[in-house]
Design a protein around this ligand. Structure first.
Ligand code: SF4
Length: 289
């Protein structure tokens, strides 16, 4: 397979065939993100993407899932995405699901009809980085949209019958806005009603704006216990149903998992157990992106 630059994929796409439909991220401005900082964003020509899919067919006998990387491949024009999805159907009739990263802006730029068309051709899941539900925090981290647009984008995917998987970042409001982050993020999720919620915990790399803010004392990171306390407030405020909730990413201090709403008490219990761990700070050494 041909890959360019660093490759990122959601944890649930670990066993998927990954094909880069775009290189880098179309937004590339979030203050905490170092993922695609060195890549100049571009959309690969459809012919190249199809060549990679053909190569993939030669390598792998059975492909259950395909993930179209990099950041925001949903920005590709619908007519081109249709060609890609049609080719996937032809080459991989056994493929059960095609997944893609979608930014709120590229979701909002697609009409409901276009999303339905993509769904009918096999687009089964869209991964959306919500990060925070707070307008104040979304502005600070330069996400490029407010919470209203974020909810609208998420609802559009759900209403099109496509699975929606969203990520939030614990600690993204710092000490100053931790409670705001928890309460507002719950508000956004309650309205968006995603099928999956994944929690990451803020982990900054050198070269990002937020890293510089921490070094300069302008942003105070949460301690591991404060992260769990923030998560507790988030979960307490969640009212969503039929939603798989997990915080089993390598950046997290404690792994949480359950299906909302029935496992809400169980998740809160897992958090309480996590708060009792004396050596929680030691986990800092093992966290990674
Ligand atoms: S967080 Fe997502 S949208 Fe923001 S710069 Fe990174 S890849 Fe792009």
């Amino acid at each position: 397979m041909r890959y360019e630059g660093a490759l990122y994929r959601p944890p649930s796409e670990a066993y998927s065939l990954i094909v880069q439909a775009t290189i880098g991220c179309s937004h590339n401005k979030c203050t905490f993100c170092s993922m695609y900082k060195d890549d100049k964003f571009r959309i690969r020509p459809t012919e190249e993407i199809i060549e990679d899919l053909t190569l993939g067919r030669q390598y792998y006998k059975k492909v259950r899932r395909i993930f179209l990387a990099d950041g925001d491949a949903l920005i590709i024009k619908t007519e081109e995405l249709i060609k890609i999805l049609e080719k996937i159907r032809l080459l991989f009739p056994e493929c059960e699901r095609v997944g893609i990263y979608g930014s709120p802006k590229s979701i909002l730029n697609k009409s409901c009809k276009e999303l339905l068309e993509l769904r009918d051709l096999g687009l089964g899941i869209v991964y959306l980085g919500v990060e925070s539900g707070s307008d104040k925090i979304l502005k600070k981290i330069k996400k490029g949209v407010d919470s209203y647009q974020m909810i609208e984008a998420g609802r559009k995917i759900v209403d099109a019958g496509i699975q929606l998987s969203v990520t939030l970042i614990s600690g993204i409001g710092g000490k100053a806005d931790s409670i705001l982050h928890a309460v507002e993020s719950a508000r956004v999720l309650n309205q968006m009603k995603p099928h999956y919620v994944g929690l990451l915990t803020l982990l900054l790399e050198e070269g990002t704006e937020l890293y510089d803010d921490v070094q300069a004392g302008r942003f105070k990171l949460l301690s591991p216990k404060e992260v769990l306390e923030e998560t507790k407030i988030l979960v307490e405020n969640l009212l969503i149903d039929n939603c798989i909730f997990r915080s089993n990413h390598a950046s997290n201090y404690v792994a949480l998992r359950g299906t909302l709403i029935e496992d809400k008490e169980l998740i809160l219990k897992q958090i309480e157990e996590g708060l009792k761990i004396d050596a929680l700070e030691d986990k800092e050494l093992y966290r990674r992106l």
